[in-house]
Design a binder for this molecule. Structure first.
Ligand SMILES: *Cc1c(COP(=O)(O)O)cnc(C)c1O
Ligand SMILES: [Zn+2]
Length: 437
């Protein structure tokens, strides 16, 4: 894995060889999340963007030279398995929604189409590869639901044992996924934050590999692949519209809107664009807009007050968008850095705005999103209202999870359908139709 030079602390900048530390900076404990540092010079010489167009892997594995995974491990674990199907999700144009908001172009990246129906597959696929490279018998994670479902699915694909810690309140669909995939599931009588602390303590005690978000440095590396896909897909779309080619091989959007809980996705998306800038494949960093639920918005608070990640204190957090409820966002340092470095913003949306966004997004472009994923569309509307996004700009919103993950909230957003007797008169009355119409 000669592409990885080392791991660098996000607080003190100390650099470690990949086999010197496992998860965090020893000087900073659990706060000291690490960045994976690459040898861009070497990657640039052997990985050419023009070769990607014909690459057979329609998955994150088309970017293997930019991933922290050994080529042999990837070949062994991804051939014909669910791991091999992670990524390369559709990027849909949404002209009707763009028109409503006065945007130039709007795109929806549909990660509900991942193998376990959420964005978390991107990270969990890397976790399973790392666990096997390092020779662990068991992988573990705490999760609000999707990270666990993703880990469970990826593990089931390759026969890897795993133990999952979930808050008791997680939605049934996510719990069902875990049980069906054969994970050992522990529902913690407490919050996600409690489950996280318990899992962090259990992993070293029992010798398990920890996939935990904002702790395991490689999770951002899986999540960054969304940015590569966005730029590659936007470039292909521009070229099929016959637009003149720009200086750099790929084009980046103006803005990317990301729903934020722990902050790993937004940090990873930032890392992906940073990689592409370092390689010279894109010319500018898109502004990253992080969307939090009003009842779980510690990163918006910290951003407004100018706090650093390591100065944040845990708060009580509630929202029906369960995937973005985090009282102490674990990837807070990377999340704040992503928004500050990109010239973006953090903002809040209420649960009512989130619920309303579910049918609005679905009807506007055909993507059925779970509440946390619909939060990015609610956040886009809010960002336009606040003047954070300007007329004519090109925007991508991440739809991070499928609506089938939380059917109860979806039904709340649209109500129940009409019940009719099995005859035509009943249909006529229910739909207000005249005969012969
Ligand atoms: C996890 C998750 C998020 C938020 O990602 P973080 O890395 O925790 O910020 C958003 N949407 C969905 C559907 C998720 O599962
Ligand atoms: Zn440090």
């Amino acid at each position: 894995m000669e592409q990885v030079l080392g791991l660098r602390c996000t607080i003190c900048g100390a650099e470690y060889a990949p086999d010197e530390v496992e998860y965090v900076c020893p000087r900073h404990g659990d706060d000291g999340t690490l960045d994976v540092v690459y040898d861009y010079e070497q990657i640039r010489q052997r990985f050419l963007p023009e070769k990607l167009a014909g690459h057979p892997a329609r998955s994150i594995w088309r970017y293997l030279p930019l991933l922290p995974v050994d080529a042999g491990t990837a070949a062994r674990l991804t051939a014909g398995t669910v791991l091999g199907s992670v990524g390369w999700t559709p990027l849909y144009p949404a002209p009707r929604l763009a028109g409503d908001l006065g945007l130039g172009r709007l795109w929806v990246k549909d990660d509900g189409r991942q193998p376990t129906a959420s964005f978390k597959d991107r990270a969990s696929a890397i976790a399973v590869c790392k666990a096997q490279e390092l020779g662990y018998g068991v992988v573990t994670t705490a999760s609000t639901g999707n990270a666990a479902a993703a880990l469970a699915g990826m593990c089931a694909g390759v026969g890897q044992a795993n133990v999952i810690f979930l808050p008791r309140t997680a939605p049934q669909a996510k719990i069902a996924q875990l049980l069906v995939f054969g994970s050992q599931v522990l529902l913690v009588d407490g919050t996600y934050d409690d489950a996280f602390e318990l899992c962090l303590r259990a992993a070293p005690e029992f010798g398990w590999y920890s996939r935990n978000t904002g702790y395991n440095p490689y999770m951002s590396e899986g999540k960054k692949t969304a940015s590569y896909e966005i730029c590659e897909q936007l470039t292909a779309a521009a070229s099929s519209r016959g637009e003149p080619e720009s200086q750099a091989p790929w084009t980046a959007p103006d803005v990317v809107v990301v729903p934020v809980g722990d902050g790993c996705i937004i940090g990873g998306v930032h890392k992906g664009f940073q990689d592409l800038l370092a390689l010279g494949w894109i010319e500018r960093m898109p502004r990253l807009v992080g969307v939090q639920a009003a009842g779980s918005s510690p990163l918006v608070d910290a951003w407004e007050r100018g706090l650093e990640g390591w100065e944040m204190q845990p708060v009580e957090a509630h929202s029906l968008a369960d995937s973005i409820v985090a009282g102490l966002p674990r990837d807070r340092i990377k999340a704040l850095r992503a928004v500050r470095h990109s010239g973006g913003a953090f903002l809040r949306v209420t649960d009512d705005q989130i619920v309303a966004a579910i049918p609005a997004l679905a009807r506007g472009c055909g993507v059925f999103a779970e509440p946390a994923a619909a939060a990015s569309y609610a956040g886009l509307r809010e960002a336009v209202k606040l003047g954070l996004i300007h007329a004519g700009e090109e925007v991508v919103i991440l739809a991070t999870g499928s609506g089938l993950k939380d059917v109860a909230t979806a039904i709340k957003s649209v109500g129940q359908p009409a019940v009719v007797a099995p005859d035509l008169d009943a249909v006529r009355r229910a739909l207000n139709l005249q005969s012969g119409e």
